[in-house]
Design a protein around this ligand. Structure first.
Ligand SMILES: [Zn+2]
Ligand SMILES: [Zn+2]
Ligand SMILES: [Zn+2]
Length: 357
């Protein structure tokens, strides 16, 4: 993920003595003159005025300010003696830097209500335009919550379960599972065979693929730019996709405003057609008896998949049963007048059949 700097923004701090909001660059309170204590953090400004001004950048990145070990006063990085008390600053502690500034937003200026007189002030003001009282820190509106999809997916799972149950019960009944199985002896009255051959033809088939993967003999259709890869650093033909800007406290009263970005590599994805051998017709030959033949093809026709099916037809009293043999060899035992032991279910399906002893 690439970090992209949008510039710098001056933060604020709130004086614990008089509650005044102070610009980050101000090391002592503009309301009462107290120095900013080490434990008072910088907060997001009422309105983010992001700047790339070189002087601001230099000031922002000069290194975190330090606090006097004697009077706590905030001094610039590198200062030797305290501006407040003249104390030696060689043992001074630096303010924390690199922390995320909470509630930072680049959204337009909001309004802030004066807690003293109730006047609504633009968020960039620190004192009330009506009565001059210090204004409270602006709270940004909470981000909208992403829509929960939980309810719907529960419903879908519910429907899925019901559908599966219905299919299950249906199959159970179809296959006669659990139903009565009857064993009888049937007499063969007919033997039938069906043989098919697919006829193949060269026909166009449509595909979608990346332009550089398309076979040379394909016919090219419409192309669109699509994301082929997401990379962490900028490259040619890439679309920059950046997250919400956030502010990183520099310890100087300023924050750097940064965005995490990724780069979507766009390439042409195209529809194309190629001619492929596909089944275009089926020829069938059928008959009775034990000398089945395959349908004949003309010399110019290209042969595809073959199928063969063999059936033995029995009668038991007035009832006719049809049994599909598993192999041609089994079918050859299906001699007219021969007796077979049949296992059938309630719906008349032959579950198994074998020549009777
Ligand atoms: Zn103050
Ligand atoms: Zn001091
Ligand atoms: Zn006011």
């Amino acid at each position: 993920m690439a970090k992209k700097s949008l510039g710098f923004v001056e933060l604020e701090w709130v004086c614990p003595t008089c509650n005044s909001r102070n610009p980050g660059s101000s090391r002592t309170c503009q309301g009462c003159g107290s120095p900013q204590p080490p434990d008072v953090k910088f907060v997001a400004p009422g309105q983010a005025n992001i700047t790339k001004d070189e002087e601001v950048a230099r000031q922002a990145t000069a290194g975190p300010d330090i606090h006097c070990p004697y009077c706590d006063a905030r001094n610039p990085a590198g200062a030797k003696v305290c501006k407040q008390c003249g104390g030696d600053l060689t043992q001074a502690e630096a303010r924390p830097a690199g922390e995320l500034v909470r509630n930072f937003t680049t959204a337009g200026p909001g309004v802030v209500k004066c807690t003293t007189c109730g006047t609504e002030n633009p968020a960039n003001l620190r004192t009330c335009k009506n009565c001059g009282a210090p204004l409270p820190v602006v709270k940004p509106a909470p981000a909208p919550k992403p829509q929960a999809a939980g309810g719907n997916s529960c419903l879908l799972i519910g429907i899925g379960v019901v559908v599966l149950l219905v299919i299950g019960v249906f199959l159970f009944m179809m296959l006669g599972g659990g139903g009565e199985r009857t064993t009888t002896v049937g007499t063969v009255v007919d033997s039938r065979w069906v043989r098919t051959i697919q006829i193949m033809g060269l026909r166009p088939r449509e595909y979608t693929g990346w332009l550089d993967d398309i076979p040379a003999d394909a016919t090219l259709g419409a192309c669109t730019d699509e994301v082929r890869a997401v990379v962490q650093e900028p490259v040619a033909n890439a679309r920059e996709v950046c997250g919400t800007p956030y502010a990183v406290d520099q310890g100087t009263g300023f924050a750097e405003v940064v965005q995490d970005c990724v780069y979507e590599v766009l390439e042409q994805q195209c529809r194309y057609t190629v001619n492929e051998w596909q089944p275009v017709d089926v020829v069938t030959e059928e008959g009775s008896g034990f000398n089945p033949t395959w349908p004949s093809l003309t010399g110019r026709q290209r042969e595809g998949e073959r199928t063969e099916q063999y059936q033995c037809v029995f009668t038991v009293g007035d009832t006719t049963y049809v049994y599909e043999t598993r192999t041609f060899a089994e079918y050859q035992h299906c001699l007219p007048g021969s007796s077979w032991t049949l296992e059938t279910n309630a719906s008349g399906r032959v579950l198994s059949a074998a020549p009777a002893e």
